[in-house]
Design a protein around this ligand. Structure first.
Ligand code: NAD
Length: 413
């Protein structure tokens, strides 16, 4: 079993123990409802045929249709997709969204493929997983290396194959095809909402406090700008090629321009260059991992000089690092809460598509804030009540809600 799946199941097991969960429900939650593996033959631009492998996993659909992104990456496998689907089940439950947990992926390296090859790959993969898809069955969204264009191709393939315009089958679409205002940047906005709520609980001021961000992509980039606008000092930012530090605070707009020109934060004139892994040694109030899985291992957990971690990335902290952070008094807002702004905005997009009526941006922002704050406070209260970390409390809240739904539905047949 892969590390990511082991980590997801160990956190489920821990919540089951804290809740004294019905063993039958626990056993059902330990296994995905269905795993579809498909082969995806694609005609490449040179005329040759390459056969890729793809998956779509429904972990649990008690609370509603499956919801979760599609990832194109050379390391994707069934276990990773299943682990991410497990995470989606409990993330949706923590936010109180009427969705189950799903995830998909194709094992490929999209950086070596042309746009036309990617379109053919997306359409054939969509065709192969079509029996699972639908606004009431399963609604994909973007994830690593997939974007609004990929969602458009999926929406078109489903719509053409059924001869029915079906915008509600995917979220994260362009506005033109039924995307929602406020969807772009919603994950970063959700992280900011969590930081504000956390700082209030910790008695820390937002303005003037320091933040270190790992990753400057779709989440980390807008996040640096939003936190700077909120008055925080973004003292260091890293990406895969390097890092930049400025104790007085980096200018995120100038940094974004530098990244646009050079493709990396390394060499930014408004800061000093440091090794990308040196960011963990910087004294700060909050650290936001917004890059890859497994960034905070035991070594990093021991080195960090921060009051808090807010997990924008999925799975950035290894399970072995959790107790070290807890013992050191470093409060961690877990991924299934902290980065849920994206799926919450996806829920709003799905609702708008089904109603055939688009919301204005302030309404999206207000509803995102309310739902994220309510979820944060539910998890915080549970952590206080049980005297456990926010991660353990978030899993308790999520597992409990799904288990109650499963119990209410009973088991078919
Ligand atoms: P992205 O590909 O746009 O950006 C990733 C960034 O991380 C890049 O700047 C890259 O250079 C950097 N990076 C990669 N390896 C690194 C390393 N070793 N050290 C430092 N930086 C490194 O991806 P994204 O969409 O911003 O997603 C980032 C994380 O957030 C992922 O874990 C993703 O699953 C999660 N997430 C994203 C969304 C979303 O809306 N995009 C929603 C929920 C969760």
């Amino acid at each position: 079993m892969g590390d990511a799946l082991n980590a997801a199941l160990s956190r489920l097991d821990d919540a089951a123990e804290l809740l004294k969960l019905d063993p039958a429900i626990h056993q059902r939650l330990r296994r995905p409802r269905r795993v579809l593996e498909v082969s995806v033959p694609v005609r490449m631009d040179d005329g040759s045929i390459e056969v890729f492998t793809g998956w779509r996993v429904h972990h649990n659909t008690a609370s509603g249709p499956g919801k979760g992104g599609i990832r194109f990456h050379q390391d994707v496998d069934a276990d990773e997709v299943t682990a991410l689907a497990v995470g989606m089940t409990f993330k949706n439950a923590v936010l109180g969204l009427p969705f189950g947990g799903a995830k998909g992926g194709v094992r490929c390296d999209p950086t070596t493929m042309s746009n036309a090859e990617l379109e053919r790959l997306t359409r054939r993969y969509t065709w192969e997983i079509l029996p699972l898809l639908g606004p009431d069955r399963d609604i994909p969204a973007p994830d690593v290396n997939t974007d609004a264009q990929v969602m458009s191709w999926i929406m078109d393939t489903v719509s053409m194959s059924t001869d029915q315009a079906t915008p509600a089958v995917v979220t994260g679409k362009p506005l033109l095809l039924g995307g929602s205002k406020g969807h772009v940047g919603a994950t970063s906005s959700g992280v900011v909402i969590c930081i504000r709520a956390l700082f209030q609980e910790l008695g820390l001021p937002v303005a003037g406090s320091r933040v270190v961000i790992q990753g400057f992509g779709k989440v980390g980039g807008p996040l640096a700008f939003l936190l700077h606008s909120a008055g925080m000092r973004v003292v260091a930012v890293s990406d895969v090629l390097g890092a930049t530090v400025n104790p007085g605070g980096l200018d995120p707009i100038a940094l974004a321009n530098h990244v646009k020109e050079t493709g990396t934060v390394a060499g930014f004139g408004g800061g000093d260059a440091i090794g990308r892994d040196k960011i963990w040694d910087i004294e700060t109030e909050v650290v936001v991992p917004a890059a890859l899985e497994g960034a905070i291992d035991v070594d990093v957990a021991r080195r960090l000089r921060t009051r808090a971690i807010v997990e924008a990335a999925n799975g950035p902290t290894l399970p072995e690092a959790d107790p070290i952070l807890h013992d050191r008094g470093i409060v961690t807002v877990p991924d299934i809460l902290a980065n849920a702004g994206g799926v919450t905005a996806s829920y709003f997009e799905w609702v708008q598509n089904r109603a055939g009526y688009a919301w204005e941006e302030p309404l999206v922002a207000e509803r995102l804030r309310t739902r994220m704050e309510e979820s944060f406070h539910a998890v915080w209260a549970r952590a206080v009540e049980l005297d456990v970390s926010l991660r353990r409390a978030a899993f308790v809240v999520g597992v409990e809600r799904v288990a109650e739904t499963m119990a209410a539905r009973g088991m078919y047949p």
